[in-house]
Design a protein around this ligand. Sequence first.
Ligand code: NAI
Length: 667
Amino acid sequence: MSVDTTHADLDLKDWTFHIDFEDIAWAVFDRENESVNSLGRRPMEELGKIVLEIENKSSKGLVKGLVIMSGKSNFIAGADIREFDTYTTQADVKTALAEGIELFDRIEALRVPVVAAIHGYCLGGGLELALACHYCIADKEDGTRIAFPEVKLGIFPGLNGTLRSLKKAGPIGAMDVMLTGRMVRPGAARAMGLIDKLVDTHHQLRWAARKAILKKHKSPKLAWWKRAMNFGPVRKYLAEQMRKKTASKVRQDHYPAPFELIDIFEKYGNDYDRLKRAETESFAPLMVGDTAKNLRRVFHLSEMLKNQAPKGGKDLQRAHVIGAGTMGGDIAAWCVFSGMEVSLQDMSADAIENAKKRAKKLFQKRLKSKVAVEAAMARMIADVGGGNVPRADIIIEAIVEKLDIKQELFAELEVKAKPDAILATNTSSLPIENIARRLKNPERLIGIHFFNPVAKMPLVEVIKAPSSDADVIERACAFVTQIKKFPVVVKSNPGFLVNRVLSPYMFTAIARYEAGIMREKIDEAALRFGMPMGPLELCDIVGLDICRNVSDTLGYGATDDSEFGQLVKNGKLGKKTGEGFYVWEDGKPKKEEMNFSDEELDKLAQELIKPMLAESEKCLKEGIVETADMVDAGVIFGTGFAPFRGGPLHYLENLNETNTSSAQAAE
Ligand code: NAI
């Protein structure tokens, strides 16, 4: 038996490596100066040194196996996205892929057992590394998740994760995970075959990995019925189904990656050598294409928003929400879901009861165990009299949109609340400075503007009045980040950022409709551009009465005798009344099937989008948010503006560049 040895001569910064007294090698990934492990160039080079060491030692019988694990709270969050933009040509991408693929192949070819021991997130390139190991163990703890999120970045797994996941899980499981990018819980990953063994807790991982090395465990062969799914006609049928399902969610011209993946699976799903080559050939153009570049930009923008919050602060424990209607009820539920204790106040006990019922549905959907649902319900406290105000760290008002009532409420709250509690209003149209007018310390009041539906919308606007205290704004950003939403700081002005930019899109659409263009054509044009929903359908969902108010507040000049004004006057308010621009049945608008030419739609889409772009530019000029990136981030996460286009200002810049180069070419 040898002694425990560390290997300083390997000169590792991002990994620690040692061989223990039982001759088991432990490679622990712990990236220097980073909170998260990602597979960048240096960690991959260092992993190469470790693999070489194992190759040398195993040929002399000096090592029994290798365990790969993490020294951080997550295994590996994927490849290092910050490095992606350094690959500017397909050749660059292919070279980088070839190096990674060769390294993972060497791991797979090691003559001693290699075990991946997974705790926390194991994503993308991290999962590809785990699949190259001979055996994967994961713990069942709450935060452990397995996923291939590459499609969300406009690519698919390129380090042979495609073929290795097909080999381990078979086509149905593997393709589903790759095509959706969804997070898979450890139990489901085990059932699929991506993970070989589960242990209950993080602390059992080392012991289980040791045992797997000593017993030379290997992933089992794929079950015969999963192998059968890979045969010619079955595979063709499956590919067809996958194409249909994917096409019902995204368009191939906007998001080519999942469709390319289905193509290579269909062609080479049972020929791993050719699949291996096809993976690289299809991956490289995607990686340097516009969609992937813009989706990476969206990722960077989301990181930028999260980083606005001050680091190292303490999480808020208690929120008090006033108004248990559409917004207040859902804001309270979301805060509870994020771990806070929330007291919910309303004049009406029924409103609170209804909000609790809605909250329970959310918890049942998102929290898997009954115990967790019950614990969440226990953290949501009905508080008609507002007795919990003095305990709250943050107070969010979401009552009726009337200035005098809100002013009176905050004047009372200021006296009762803790001196450092954040005071916030969810108003969608009233200037914060006006609501703050009756406060002794008006600098305490800010806006925290959520979007409907709260559980689905990732963005929250943090509204800064001229009077607002910068420290309160920072703490509000930290709160928004704590509840896992993206904060964007916006200067108080009518429509804030998101509604201001969205309004011209909606009112231009209404004007085109009133000028005789078919509603289906207008909405189809917007979808073709990449908007998540057509503007007229969106108006129907928001409610035409609310759109009418917005027109008055933001000066779009709708009149009672216009076609739109008549709809409002006649109570045809959209989805909620069953009719607006569309007739609504079973929660869906009835649309006529029609065909329009691509040219017509593209022209119309530009007419709808351009006013949005112009409003975005105005917001930047007026300093509504601080930077162009903030405008783009706010509009993408607040309106769903075609993410693969990288945001309105980014899109405008590209449009101007294209126009300039076409003009130069024509000269
Ligand atoms: P809602 O009408 O659904 O709910 C308001 C609730 O406040 C009702 O349950 C009512 O009983 C209660 N309430 C009224 N006055 C009160 C008082 N003095 N004390 C305690 N409770 C009181 O309204 P909704 O849609 O939830 O809007 C609330 C606020 O959120 C408004 O300021 C609105 O502008 C804003 N907002 C609304 C959005 C939406 O899509 N509905 C989106 C973003 C902001």
